[in-house]
Design a protein around this ligand. Sequence first.
Ligand SMILES: NC(=O)c1ccc[n+]([C@@H]2O[C@H](COP(=O)([O-])OP(=O)(O)OC[C@H]3O[C@@H](n4cnc5c(N)ncnc54)[C@H](O)[C@@H]3O)[C@@H](O)[C@H]2O)c1
Length: 349
Amino acid sequence: MILVTGGCGFIGANFLNWATREFPHEKFVNLDVLTYAANRMSVREAEERGNCDFRQIDLANEEQVRETIRELKPQKVFHFAAETHVDRSIRDPRIFVHSNILGTFHLLEACREVWGNHWEGKVFHHVSTDEVYGSLGDTGAFVETTAYDPSSPYSATKAASDHLVNAYCHTYGFPAKITNCSNNYGPYQFPEKLIPLMILNCLAGKSLPVYGEGTNVRDWLFVWDHCDAIWKVAHHGKNGETYNIGGASEKRNIDIVKGICTVVEELTGRKNLQDLITFVPDRPGHDWRYAIDFSKVEREIGWLPSTTFEQGLRKTVTWYLENSKWVESVQTGEYRNWIATHYQGEIKP
Ligand SMILES: NC(=O)c1ccc[n+]([C@@H]2O[C@H](COP(=O)([O-])OP(=O)(O)OC[C@H]3O[C@@H](n4cnc5c(N)ncnc54)[C@H](O)[C@@H]3O)[C@@H](O)[C@H]2O)c1
């Protein structure tokens, strides 16, 4: 049995929809507390295949986690669940400490107890971020040995969870692997994140808020390429090792937003969408640039991203155009409140 945590979130849902199709004889269980960022609709495809069950569990609740792992006795664990939005972590870091640090600790402890030092055939795959490495100047790229230097409460909690996973490997010989990846984009991403927010605001004719001058640089990874990398590292990577995963697509934020305007104009016939761009005060402690060197995973496992940014962006815009029901279902009252308070009412969803 394969346990997937956070399977109702963006990457977890894409992973489950893909893995249940590719591996129909495997049995999956999706464990998710269903925060504002989660949506059961995102995993309907996986659930309809009949090889994916769902449990509503809070990883921050140690007792619940222990009982569930004792009962399910998973062979493999793919740990996606986390609070993930940097801006929210700046406003209220507490929940990030509970879900990302304590949640990971509870899951590690429960697996250690149930696996009882019999690591044969067991896999614990911890999904993490390149944000743990901090920020880069105009040149260079993060490698797996780059010193951790997280800037936001979000990245600090992810760094802490990575350290816990590594410590379990060193101390107990625990069979874990970590992947640290760059910014993901694709279907089912909650529209508080840059790419879906801009797509939906373009469609609604609302302003396109860009932090600072839009010159911060990120590397962009199409989520299906990421899912493929996770599966390959989990099955062919070495225990106790970290692998960086990137999309080979470094872009300035402003160029991402302009690119979205162009694709939405092409696909919908709308015009002059770049006129909607508004520059808003920069995020405190905003990291300048992330770039990721993923030559280790290429060399040792033979993984490379197969989607160019232009292909991935077109697939993503098309998906949001064709899935308006999903979009409506995530634009809850909580989402509206967040957008209204965070952008001081400049954007009215
Ligand atoms: N999205 C990205 O660009 C990106 C980049 C690098 C790394 N990551 C990492 O990938 C993982 C998945 O990211 P995502 O973008 O899919 O996140 P997301 O915010 O879309 O989904 C997170 C999921 O975790 C669940 N969750 C949160 N707290 C929980 C708890 N206490 N117990 C059980 N479930 C809980 C939520 O309900 C939600 O379904 C995270 O660990 C994140 O740090 C994401």
